[in-house]
Write a protein of this length. Sequence first.
Length: 177
Amino acid sequence: MIVGAAAVLLAVCASFAAVALAAGGAVTVGSASNATLGKRVAVNAQGRTLYALTPESTHHLLCTSAACLKTWPPLTVPSRRTKLRAASGVDGGLGVLRRSDGRFQVTLRGRPLYRFSGDHAKGEANGEGIESFGGSWHAVSAATGASSPAPSTPSATPTTPSSTPTTTTPTTPGYSY
């Protein structure tokens, strides 16, 4: 019985250690050349294209519904203390915003970052130009000078009846590297 309790305690401690390591680990936003789009785009650790929704900003999130979050999963980190790293070729500041559901989403140059559920491999950018959830989705350029829609001022009315804009004020405006 004591051996069983010790094994359970050891397993619980190992779980807490894994969570602590994940929270303290670094998340890197990388850069990859995308031949289809003819530019370098921001990618997650698995090399998947990252997207932004125009006119979304850190203070005006449009992708809040379950349907949107299923199609466009946000790039999240376990904690606001998670170290963010911009890999070579990625220009601009990385930050973290707190979503209304409590998750922490990574931003690049003030744009919340998402993946597209229709991309299944590195180098795919199947979400480019899709109009949905109140705006237009675009692969985020890794370089600041590249053509990438800039964040715009939030509008007072939604662009489609199916989306309701939600204003989310991050508890931390983020930090730059």
